[in-house]
Design a protein around this ligand. Structure first.
Ligand SMILES: Cc1cc2nc3c(=O)[nH]c(=O)nc-3n(C[C@H](O)[C@H](O)[C@H](O)COP(=O)(O)OP(=O)(O)OC[C@H]3O[C@@H](n4cnc5c(N)ncnc54)[C@H](O)[C@@H]3O)c2cc1C
Length: 467
């Protein structure tokens, strides 16, 4: 037995056995790199795993699972490390860190891509856009493909090409007993159903296969800004405008203080704004016509919605969500932006104090709503919008106050909530997870959990307990 600096006891002989064959590094609490690797994106999460097993391939994943099972250690899985509540680390357990598994293979003829679970969204775009192809995914390039996909995956192309899971063709997965399984529409279809929305519950995905679609490389995209106090009017106009827009257009409304970026004139830095951000996944000239009414509404402070490379647009939020800041989120799906919801949103936007908060309201619909409700485990295909009330501070200073703002805002909106996107949940308990899936889907997922993980080995996640 070894007692480490974090007070965790490990069977030294078992760890040595693991190290003897493991291809990647095994990081222990006394190692120089431990601090770097125990940390995750959200700086408010401060946990101390007993071991971090940095896998380089499927054999390492199987070895790590076998070791954890024998040692009786809790297991956290890490793809990109972007989980809001820090589900990719743990206290006293093992982190099976997949972030070194970065293989990507694009087949431009078959229009498919295979990606390993350490791939980040920007890395996948880099490879697929070389052929003018894309997997629809999220809006920050440093987010992990694995966690995002397994919860659904919303982003700039979702109204045209659906959720990330709507383009998923198959997965390779290691189950709780270390068995290799494939899942697709043809092989283990029930598992494939569950993986597409509740993925982390059934095993460790070691490879994703996606269908690719054409986009760009140039798209009409970017934000249009108005002063934040004009939010009620902007949102009312926006609500009417989006009723008729084609599925090529996806928009996100963000309330925030303008960041000090070179593309924004210095006199507008730090100004409270409401911004409608567009991405038109079709011919630029067509997009110009579709977006014109919004651009002509009132007197925008700034209009940065112009033709640009799709990958550039994908990276626009990166500076706003760096690793290490303190983050807290409350989220909800909304059927529509009613007058009541708009007034709550506009008044709470004016109450935020931190210059780093930026809360997005995603426009759903389009291709997402054209997939049958029961085809995947993802809930919320009928929602009109999903809101993510993001409280951010650079350090712990002021964090409690912003978190309170986020909670109060969310509570005021409660009469308008429908469901919630599982990847936007914090650590909110079983009722909220049930709400994220809806009762019938949740019960079906429990059945699946009984088949693939009856001991709840994979439980550091938005957990669906088997019993
Ligand atoms: C800045 C930021 C922007 C975001 N933007 C979007 C967005 O635009 N659209 C969107 O849909 N979501 C978005 N999200 C939410 C995001 O989808 C989730 O945080 C997701 O969990 C991130 O995946 P990850 O691999 O980085 O997470 P990690 O923290 O590494 O993992 C999270 C969880 O995913 C599961 N998991 C990870 N890898 C595997 C695997 N290989 N096999 C099985 N389970 C696994 C595990 O349960 C793990 O606990 C954003 C998050 C952040 C922080």
């Amino acid at each position: 037995m070894e007692v480490t600096s974090s007070g965790i006891k490990l069977d030294e002989a078992a760890v040595r056995d693991l190290e003897a064959t493991f291809r990647g590094p095994i990081v222990r609490p006394d190692d120089a790199t431990y601090e770097e690797h125990r940390r995750v994106w959200n700086g408010s999460i401060d946990r101390h795993p007993a071991l971090i097993a940095r896998c380089t391939g499927v054999a390492d994943v199987i070895a790590a699972v076998t070791f954890a099972r024998r040692a009786g250690l809790p297991v956290a899985l890490r793809g990109g490390g972007h989980s809001f509540p820090g589900l990719s680390t743990c206290d006293g357990g093992i982190v099976i860190d997949l972030s070194m598994m970065k293989g990507i293979r694009v087949d431009p003829q078959a229009r498919t891509a295979r990606a390993q679970p350490g791939v980040l969204l920007g890395e996948l775009d880099r490879e697929t856009q070389a052929f003018g192809l894309v997997v629809p995914a999220g809006i920050v390039t440093t987010t992990g493909l694995a966690g995002l996909t397994l919860g659904g995956g919303i982003g700039w192309l979702m109204r045209k090409y659906g959720l990330t899971i709507d383009q998923l063709l198959s997965v390779d997965l290691i189950t709780a007993d270390g068995t290799f399984v494939k899942a697709s529409e043809r092989e283990n279809p029930e598992l494939f159903w569950g993986v597409r929305g509740a993925g982390g519950n059934f095993g460790i995905v070691t490879e994703f296969e996606f269908r690719l679609n054409s986009v760009g490389p140039i798209v009409l995209a970017g934000p249009i800004f108005w002063p934040m106090e004009e939010s009620p009017n902007v949102l009312r106009f926006y609500r009417e405008w989006i009723k008729d827009v084609p599925d090529e257009l996806t928009t996100i409304v963000v309330h925030r203080y303008t960041p000090p970026l070179p593309v924004i004139p210095p006199e507008l830095h730090g100004v409270p704004i409401v911004t409608v951000i567009c991405c038109y996944a079709g011919p630029v000239e067509e997009g110009e016509k579709v977006v014109r009414p919004m651009k002509e509404f009132g007197t925008p402070l700034l209009d940065l919605c112009v033709p640009k490379p799709f990958v550039g647009h994908q990276a626009m939020f990166d500076p706003s969500f760096p690793r290490g800041w303190w983050y807290y989120f409350r989220a909800a799906d909304l059927a529509e932006l009613t007058d009541g919801a708009i007034d709550i949103i506009a008044s709470n936007a004016l109450k935020m104090k931190s210059r780093l908060n930026a809360f997005p309201i995603f426009q759903l619909g389009g291709a997402i709503s054209q997939v049958g409700q029961d085809e995947t485990a993802f809930n919320g295909r009928a929602a009109g919008h999903t809101i993510n009330i993001n409280a951010t501070t650079a350090t712990s200073e002021g964090f409690d106050q912003e978190r309170e703002w986020s909670r109060n805002f969310w509570s005021e909106l409660e009469p308008h909530h429908t469901s919630v996107y599982v990847n936007f949940l914090m650590d909110e308990g079983e009722d909220r997870i049930r709400q994220a899936y809806g009762g019938a889907r949740y019960d079906r997922l429990k059945q699946l959990k009984q088949t693939y993980d009856p001991d709840n080995f994979f439980r550091i996640n938005q957990n669906i307990p088997p019993n």
